[in-house]
Design a protein around this ligand. Structure first.
Ligand code: AMP
Ligand code: MG
Length: 414
């Protein structure tokens, strides 16, 4: 049995570097950028109007008031998209719409609400404007050559809009790791079907599939397999092909029908470890089969999910060029049941109280008790220990990547 730290070390030693591919923007959404993106032109690209109204020379409006409007003859209309706006000479104006290029000669815009409207020529201006009023200056947001996006950023809506704002529709992204999943167990039934005595629903396959997607991986295949060595060998061989990672659930403990280790060995697994001094998830198996990393996750649902988040999620991050998410420390709000000789993980709820992070561990401790994940926003952990860690002690935790921090103490977590 190895330690959690040793397990991480053995995994890190064999994770390959991230692979890069080029794709169109539609496929880049949600992926991790593998290149720098710099501005190929300033933004705004040309000086334009921020409002609907009239392009003027500010000096011409200095005496304007509602009672004594300044009258300016109209030189034309500048709509958004106009290629060549008319020149505005001293004492003149032009209608201009939001986003339309500012005509040569004009230096400011009077909003239409401060005039007698679009239907008169000359136009009556009711208020003075200063130079630059209601004008967006070329380059005021971004200068040409400025760095916009860096490698390692995930392409969310903001990143996507920024990329496309410069018309770039092809980018280099890190390849989404291909993950195959096999759930094993004679007792498993797909949700939606009736259970016979002794059967349970297969929840690990859907949960692990969802976790893979949330981590940015792509599912290359999945199967529910019986505890039958021949079937396991045949089906796993198929799932392995083209997979960067193979996840199995169940069948790696000491049970008579836990065949997975033998089967994977026959398929050529280079076993790097089996069994980690941790609860839940001590039977974790890890190895490499050709270029596929294989994680044999325990079948108990809490073990499978926690082990995935602790070991598989960071690998998926690394394969996508992301720095693994850092753990933080928080103050225990209730005793934490440490385990002698084993690192202990539990779901928990963390919240901010007067700037301090506090955390409450789940009260249901069993690795079969999947409802202990409900309402959780973190996984907390302590190294091996004899007695429970008392309230007030600081413990390490990993925030669940898809959930935020609560701003107040939770109700009891079960
Ligand atoms: P095993 O690791 O195969 O010994 O399974 C440990 C426990 O997890 C047993 O109670 C199994 O019934 C349960 N289990 C195994 N696979 C799944 C699954 N895919 N979904 C839900 N529970 C499972
Ligand atoms: Mg089993």
């Amino acid at each position: 049995m190895i330690s959690v730290a040793e397990a991480h070390r053995l995994i890190a030693a064999v994770v390959p570097g991230p692979a890069i591919e080029e794709c169109r923007w539609q496929a880049a959404a949600g992926r991790v950028l593998a290149q720098q993106v710099a501005a190929t032109f300033p933004m705004p690209r040309f000086t334009n109007s921020a409002m609907d109204g009239f392009a003027v020379r500010a000096a011409d409006t200095s005496a304007a008031s509602k009672d004594r409007p300044v009258e300016l003859p109209l030189q034309g209309v500048v709509a958004a998209g106009t290629e060549k706006p008319p020149q505005v000479h001293p004492g003149q104006c032009a209608q201009i719409m939001t986003g339309a290029p500012l005509p040569e000669g004009a230096d400011s815009v009077v909003i239409v609400e401060h005039t007698n409207g679009y239907d008169s020529d000359p136009v009556q201006i009711y208020r003075p404007v200063a130079v630059g009023d209601n004008v967006r200056q070329a380059g005021e947001e971004v200068r040409e050559g400025d760095l916009l996006l860096e490698p390692g950023v995930r392409m969310g809506p903001g990143e996507l809009g920024t990329l496309l704002g410069w018309g770039l529709e092809r980018v280099s992204v890190y390849r989404a790791p291909a993950v195959a999943i096999a759930a094993t167990g004679d007792e498993l039934v797909a949700p939606g079907n009736a259970l016979k005595p002794g059967q349970i629903y297969n929840t690990n396959l859907p949960v692990l599939s969802r976790l893979v997607t949330l981590a940015g991986g792509s599912l290359s295949g999945s199967a529910v397999l019986p505890d039958d060595p021949a079937r396991l060998e045949q089906e796993l061989a198929g799932l392995l092909s083209g997979a960067d990672i193979l996840l199995t659930s169940g069948g790696v403990s000491m049970g008579r029908f836990d065949h997975l280790r033998d089967v994977l060995e026959r398929l050529g697994l280079e076993e790097l470890f089996w069994k980690v001094a941790q609860r839940p998830g001590s039977p974790l198996l890890f190895g490499r089969l050709d270029s596929t990393l294989v994680f044999g996750l325990p079948g108990n649902p809490v073990s499978a999910m926690i082990v995935f988040l602790e070991y598989v999620w960071p690998v998926l991050e690394q394969l996508q060029g992301l720095a693994p998410q850092a753990k933080v420390t928080a103050e225990l709000a209730a005793p934490f049941p440490r385990v002698r000789g084993k690192h202990r993980f539990l779901f928990g709820q963390a919240w901010l109280e007067e700037g301090h992070l506090k955390v409450l561990p789940a009260r249901k401790l069993g690795s079969h008790m999947f409802t202990s994940s409900l309402g959780a926003n973190c996984i907390l952990e302590t190294p091996p220990g004899e007695a429970p860690a008392p309230p007030g002690e600081r413990v390490s935790l990993r925030l669940l990547p898809w959930s935020g921090l609560a701003g107040q103490a939770p109700g009891p977590v079960d």
